[in-house]
Design a protein around this ligand. Structure first.
Ligand code: NAD
Ligand code: UDP
Length: 316
């Protein structure tokens, strides 16, 4: 039985945040969703807006905030390369100043705070699969650095507040996650490929398509996120993702097959600093939470394809 809590979710109107808010509302918590609607939108949380234990606060996390909460999930930050590179300075501010602001709030209220960090802290990894001990291989001045280094600095901010101020922190490193409510135009590979396949457009593979990623379905990830927040064994960082690794060309083939599309693949230039490979070692999450993903890639992709079919038929 979950104890009722007052919970702040920054970035709650985004892809992951909206799923998290829904789970927490269903568990009976009082949920405050803070979002500046930069990449998120009201439609993602439309069914929650009528719930008495849910509230949307339109606010930028880079601006200090003052309210009383017992838990803070810090998700505010654009996650797609297209979006985080559109305003790189804003991305750094959101990562770093946003982290400072939620931690100052935690200091005022005594709240426990969870940071949604990322596999991007490993950069283009030379250790494979990636374990939490690996320090990463990030280009500090490249086009991805606003996000990668922003998130790395945010981790440093979190651990500094823990050491210096005794704040209760939880840090999870999230690997590529997909599912319903991803934005159809956010430029990430799963949404791009599915939207292209459903509209009979060319599937755009960057580079030769041999680079790999490992995709976790959103329901598995959110279960891990809530588990990570509520466990008392470690602060982290802890990897969360699905170890099933796949080259992008195979992902395209699966999406074409599952959606019954006639789209063909085209090859376009690889963006700078695009990581060659990525696969989480999730031994730690398994050991502390008994967590592992259960949704297969085909199952998750089918649910996501059905969602995007709905978006194409009825709009967002
Ligand atoms: P998203 O872009 O869908 O959601 C981010 C949300 O944060 C949006 O609602 C956006 O409007 C909001 N936001 C952005 N800047 C803000 C600011 N300054 N103030 C307030 N709100 C702001 O992305 P997502 O996939 O839901 O990612 C959520 C979090 O998880 C991010 O922190 C991201 O770095 C992390 N993450 C996601 C993935 C993934 O595969 N989805 C992987 C690793 C880490
Ligand atoms: N990608 C691709 N075609 C697209 C979008 C992305 O081939 O239309 C590739 C991209 O170059 C990367 C991988 O898919 O190698 C995952 O990209 P995404 O932006 O989803 O996530 P990230 O690179 O941050 O893991």
């Amino acid at each position: 039985m979950t104890t009722h809590k007052r919970i702040l979710v920054t970035g709650g109107a985004g892809f992951l945040g909206s799923h998290l808010c829904k789970t927490l509302v269903q568990q009976g918590h009082d949920v405050l969703c803070l979002d500046n609607l930069y990449t998120g939108f009201r439609g993602n949380i439309a069914d929650l807006l009528t719930e008495p234990n849910f509230e949307l606060i339109r606010h930028d996390v880079t601006v200090p905030l003052s309210l009383w909460v017992e838990r803070i999930y810090n998700l505010a930050c654009p996650a797609s390369p297209v979006h985080y590179q559109r305003d790189p300075v804003g991305t750094i501010k959101t990562c770093v100043q946003g982290a400072i602001n939620v931690l100052d709030l935690a200091r005022q209220t005594g709240a426990r705070v969870l940071q949604s960090s990322t596999s991007e802290v490993y950069g283009d990894p030379s250790v494979h699969p990636q374990t939490e001990e690996y320090w990463g291989n990030v280009n500090p001045i490249g086009i991805r650095s606003c996000y990668d280094e922003g998130k790395r600095c945010a981790e440093s901010v979190f651990f500094s507040y823990q050491r210096q101020c005794g704040i209760e922190i939880r840090v999870m490193r999230i690997f590529n996650t997909y599912g319903p409510r991803m934005h159809p135009n956010d430029g990430r590979v799963v949404s791009n490929f599915i939207m292209q396949a459903l509209q009979g457009q060319d599937i755009t593979l960057y580079g030769d398509g041999s680079q790999t990623r490992s995709f976790c379905f959103v329901d598995d990830l959110i279960r891990g996120m809530v588990g990570m927040m509520e466990q008392d064994k470690v602060s982290g960082p802890v990897n969360f993702g699905n170890p099933m690794e796949i080259p992008m060309v195979e992902l395209a083939e699966r999406i074409i097959q599952l959606s019954g599309s006639k789209s063909r693949m085209v090859f376009q230039p690889l963006p700078a600093d695009d990581p060659r490979q990525r696969q989480p070692d999730i031994s730690l999450a398994k050991a502390i939470l008994d967590w592992k993903p259960v949704v297969t890639l085909d199952d998750g992709l089918s649910q996501t394809i059905a969602y995007f079919q709905g978006v194409l038929a009825h709009g967002l």
